[in-house]
Write a protein that binds this ligand. Sequence first.
Ligand code: GDP
Ligand code: MG
Length: 597
Amino acid sequence: MKNIRNFCIIAHIDHGKSTLADRLLDFTGSVTEREKQEQLLDNMDLERERGITIKSHAIQMDYVHEGEEYVLNLIDTPGHVDFSYEVSRSIAACEGALLVVDAAQSIQAQTISNLYLALENDLEIIPVLNKVDLPSANPEEVTDDIVDLLGCDPSEVIPASAKTGIGIQEILDAIINRIPAPTGKVDAPLRALIFDSVYNPFRGVETFFRVINGTIKKGQRIKFVNTDKQYDADEVGTLKLKQQPKKEIKTGDVGYLITGIKDAREVKVGDTITDAENPTTEAVAGFEDVKPMVFAGIYPVDTEDYEDLRASMEKLQLNDASLTFVPESSAALGFGFRCGFLGMLHLEIIQERLEREFDMTVITTVPNVSYHAFTNKHPDDVILVNNPSDLPDPSTLNRVEEPFIKATIITKANYVGPVMSLCIEKRGEIVNQTYLTTERVELTFDMPLAEIVFDFYDRLKTVSRGYASFDYSPIGMRASHLVKVDVLLNANKVDALSALLHKDNAYDIGKKMCEKLKELIPRQQFDIPIQAAIGAKIISRETVKALRKDVTAKCYGGDISRKRKLLEKQKKGKKRMRQVGNVEIPQEAFMAVLKLN
Ligand code: GDP
Ligand code: MG
């Protein structure tokens, strides 16, 4: 146990976490030349393309330091707020963290939020000043920022370049010298923390764990404490670049477990593994059942594909336990599913996977958060509103509550004004303002989740010219005055376009929605009136003017292949359209409310 070090790397996005991980693997000889690939840890295609680590993984390195053999377990953490619970569980499995800060960008919102998570778990923090090779690096200033943030000595900050290899030796020495070895009771009943799981279509769910007390052995009868289910440990092992089966994994170490579980939902991150016959009396603290934060309808473009879509969603759920779905129907779109996601990135990932892995073409409706409604008749019974159409009749409504978050924004002093205006426009209330340095300010707001899941990031980027970083955490439900805004196309209400909005913004957003829909809905042979309404009251109106000419008219007399090409192009464009009444609605229109200026 004394020669094990468990650590993670925490950083703001793009500060070099993945590059540093690769460099450490290199340096410790954990990868052969042949296995070398950019960003080894990001092994899902989607992750590599997006350049972000979606799921966390762990990897073990062997390293000899002053003649002693050490085992270093690097536990990777996802780099996006959608997955912050997983980050917290990975951090809980470690004794130390490398806090990577870009020497040109300095401390950003995620640096701080991840640091807080690490400090809550009493991790030893090793500050790494990365990218010192960059001409734009400000090593002295950024070191000062880090020293201010951590209250450490400047000599503790390790200057490094994950790109050129500067400082890698020093980082490894610090991991061994500064991070404490795990402690735990070798003779106590098995107690292991599940910090991640991955679905493998051939082997079932692979569970990644950190042993806190005792030993987990191949063939052992084990129990998951929170789900109260028992399994046989068919295989346990360590996580080298490939999995290496072992007879047992001991106190303090990190490994994987295979039990033949075929459904990702049975393995809950944060759960405790124990011995079935001789269970631990104490589950690992911090377990939460993660709940979806954002909901949207997913419908097949072709109504005939409904059953295929259901089968695809079921398969997706087997390997992504945080996805939820229930059947729903829409007058406009027919049969589909109301799906729950951890956040907007998660929604995009699911949508992409449906298309890539399952070859489904789907329409996604405007996402919304989950509201709580209470009626006058039963003012204590929560009605979950995951779809605008679930909102009870306004005349019977007692109150509505919506989820709030604490938002942390770090920006430059000269952008404080515009950032504040934006947050206030988004119904934010300022809670705190701290100057980290004379140049850099940390702003904290309480804000409705609904306002930030959508276009907030883009707006923030614009008003701060890119000099703002952002992170958030949920703080519970608060009362809110919401109204349902409906959209009528050609006098028909299109339920899939309805949105729940705060009453103060409803008129303005309703108007902008009509304007946006006018841009997005293709012209046809007749005028298409677009109206926004609250109840029976029309609050805005636009018209898509009728088309004058046949689009192919200009090809008459021209060569036939050109005409065919044009028609084919039209057909392709049609792929993601839905005919509602006699109006064609493209996919973008269902998201229009998110793209208002
Ligand atoms: P992550 O989002 O924290 O995992 O960051 P990545 O490791 O993906 O790095 C983001 C970008 O910074 C990539 O283009 C890297 O090549 C680059 N990068 C990482 N470390 C260094 C470094 O030490 N020096 C320079 N110049 N670029 C680096
Ligand atoms: Mg990365």
